[in-house]
Design a protein around this ligand. Structure first.
Ligand code: GUN
Length: 296
């Protein structure tokens, strides 16, 4: 392997440390404890794991964690009533409704009922619009984590050719907006893109976020490019369950200048950025200076 490894696990620990310092200062200087409310509807096993992890890390950095677990058959009216209560609770600075929601609930309606300034996922239509127009917004956690790692590795991203593979609302589209905001020339590629290998071969920065195990082979990667692998895919290999990304790590690491591993790359950054967004939301709610380096 010739590429530098971008260690998301270590970077996330550093971000959590910065968040914890800021939380301590908010408590000491202003008597304010940031609070994050996480709402889980139903019993999706993967969501339960994520929510537990979010609650644990929230407490570890000194913030208040409010967990709301609702039955799978909760009505839309009841869920909206809970969100309204959290929107009006001054102890709650961030609200996250874990997705996916059970089929009978309208995800767009639910997300757009969260107060935009408490929308620490950055999924509310107002935050999407603010990000798209280069205004101050809440930024989705996974793309924010990718941006932090890219800025840390490169310093300035200005003028670089970036290709984002995947056009989801959660990762692909906001990632492209953030890279554009940092003056990259951005291409969003997807399943209908013609000549995808050639498009990827032009990129100085490749962000893969498609959810298809190892779909990007090393020979698509330009020599020296930086590869950010957002994929977390569970596959069976040699009779064992293993996690792999959207990029074939072994061959890509032979050509890339820098690459994130899976696991231990982008994954740990997502919750770290959720905590960062909660502190940011708390500071904005109280007209206090925002933590430096933890926002876009
Ligand atoms: N489910 C999977 N990823 C996410 C995320 O980033 N936010 C929320 N709310 N739900 C998710």
């Amino acid at each position: 392997m010739t590429a530098t490894l971008i260690d998301g696990k270590a970077f996330a620990a550093k971000v959590r440390g910065q968040v914890a310092e800021h939380v301590a200062r908010l408590k000491q200087d202003h008597g304010i404890t940031p609070g994050l409310a996480v709402v889980l509807v139903g019993e999706d096993p993967a969501s339960q794991v994520y929510v537990r992890s979010k609650g644990k890390q929230t407490v570890e950095v000194g913030m208040n964690s409010f967990e709301h677990k609702l039955e799978a058959d909760t009505s839309e009216a009841d869920l909206l009533a809970l969100i309204d209560q959290l929107n009006n609770d001054p102890a709650v600075h961030g609200i996250l409704v874990q997705l996916p929601l059970p089929k009978h609930l309208d995800e767009d309606l639910v997300i757009n009922s969260i107060a935009p300034e408490k929308d620490v996922d950055g999924f509310h239509i107002s935050n999407v619009g603010l990000l798209g127009t280069g205004q101050k917004s809440m930024v989705p956690c996974t793309p924010l984590g990718c941006l932090m790692m890219l800025r840390d590795h490169h310093g300035s991203l200005s003028g670089m050719d970036a290709v984002v593979i995947g056009r989801s609302n959660i990762v692909g589209k906001p990632m492209a907006q953030l890279l554009l905001g940092d003056s990259c020339t951005v291409t969003i590629a997807h399943s209908r893109t013609k000549d995808l290998p050639d498009v990827v071969r032009r990129a100085d920065i490749v962000v893969a976020a498609v959810g298809r195990p190892e779909m990007v082979p090393g020979d698509w990667i330009k020599e020296g490019a930086t590869v950010i692998d957002v994929g977390i895919n569970r596959i069976e290999r040699d009779g064992k369950n293993v996690l792999v990304g959207d990029v074939d790590f072994a061959s890509a690491a032979e050509r890339a200048g820098a690459i994130t591993p899976v696991p231990g790359g982008v994954g740990p950054m997502t919750i770290a950025c959720l905590l960062a967004n909660t502190v940011t939301a708390c500071c904005r709610a109280n007209n206090l200076a925002e933590p430096e380096g933890l926002t876009a």
